[in-house]
Design a protein around this ligand. Structure first.
Ligand code: PMP
Length: 283
């Protein structure tokens, strides 16, 4: 049984409780972050804290405590749960109050954190690559704020499963926005990496940002711009990035094989590069 954190207490997971009036529960009035843990250390944690701070500020939810305290809870959960490889989920809501669209001043935010042990490095998805379907992007207009309004993503993932695929890429006005829980990339014939530019249409992935830095350091050509389904299907390689999947090859889009239909060499090189650099920088 895991030890989880809820509003000041470390508890066995079956004793953790939040109010039914919590606005995170009633309205998804909340933000979250998922940080990867490798070798018992936090990866890209400063990036996750920076995005959390920005998400909270955009929604005018106060920081429940300073970032050093948030980090201390992360470390305590790693220790108590003996977490070597996996993720830590952190969820901050605006707080609990009788149901109303409007919120009163001075609500106390709720803070929940828990660990999830799982393999990140040696996974079948990384070895074989994943297949994706495309799905209309029905999500709200502020996808740059990391809120737990994840029904659009859940429906798309479920549709993918029913179609025999692993995941979905969202499409808006003929252009790929991002994966249902990851950022989407393609590699062109001449080896250029393409991923959509930052805007309110996509989540500003922490893994995406780190990979852009690492790829620039090894002189890869990069273009941050939208791309079409057709462009993706005729790409040399395709892949996704997230704190859960790291850099993961995409080998099929809507049943159409990408490149050779197997994980490509550029994606594999980027995955190795990302894992090496993350291990070095993890703390
Ligand atoms: N886009 C969406 C919609 C996501 O849910 C995620 C995962 N949180 C990402 C992109 C990737 O972000 P990160 O690299 O920070 O995990």
């Amino acid at each position: 049984m895991r030890t989880v954190y809820v509003n000041g207490d470390y508890l066995p997971e079956d004793q953790a409780k939040i109010s039914i009036f919590d606005r995170g529960f009633l309205m998804a009035d909340a933000v979250y972050e998922v940080t990867m843990v490798l070798d018992g250390k936090l990866c890209d944690f400063d990036g996750h804290l920076a995005r959390l701070t920005r998400s909270l500020a955009e929604l005018d939810i106060p920081m429940p405590m300073d970032v050093a305290q948030l980090e201390a809870i992360h470390r305590e959960l790693i220790t108590r749960n003996k977490l070597d490889e996996g993720g830590i989920y952190m969820h901050i809501t605006r707080g609990a109050h009788d149901r109303d669209f409007l919120w009163p001043a001075n609500l106390t935010p709720s803070l929940v954190m828990f660990t999830q042990a799982r393999k990140c490095i040696d996974t079948p998805a990384a070895q074989r690559g994943i297949s994706v379907i495309t799905a209309p992007d029905i999500r709200w207009g502020r996808r740059d704020i990391k809120t737990p309004q994840l029904l659009g993503a859940a429906l798309a993932k479920q549709a993918a499963r029913l179609a025999g695929a692993d995941d979905a890429w969202f499409v808006e006005e003929g252009l790929i926005t991002e994966g249902s829980s990851n950022n989407a990339w393609i590699v062109t014939e001449d080896g250029t990496l393409i991923t959509r530019h930052l805007s309110t249409h996509i989540l500003h992935g922490i893994t995406r940002a780190a990979l852009l830095r690492y790829a620039a350091e090894v002189q890869l050509k990069i273009e941050e711009r939208p791309f079409t389904i057709g462009e993706a299907q005729s790409a040399r390689e395709a892949f996704v990035t997230s704190a859960g999947l790291l850099v993961c090859p995409v080998v099929q889009i809507d049943g159409h094989p990408i490149g050779t239909g197997k994980p490509g060499p550029i994606t594999q090189r980027l995955r190795t590069l990302y894992i090496e650099e993350s291990r070095k920088a993890a703390r």
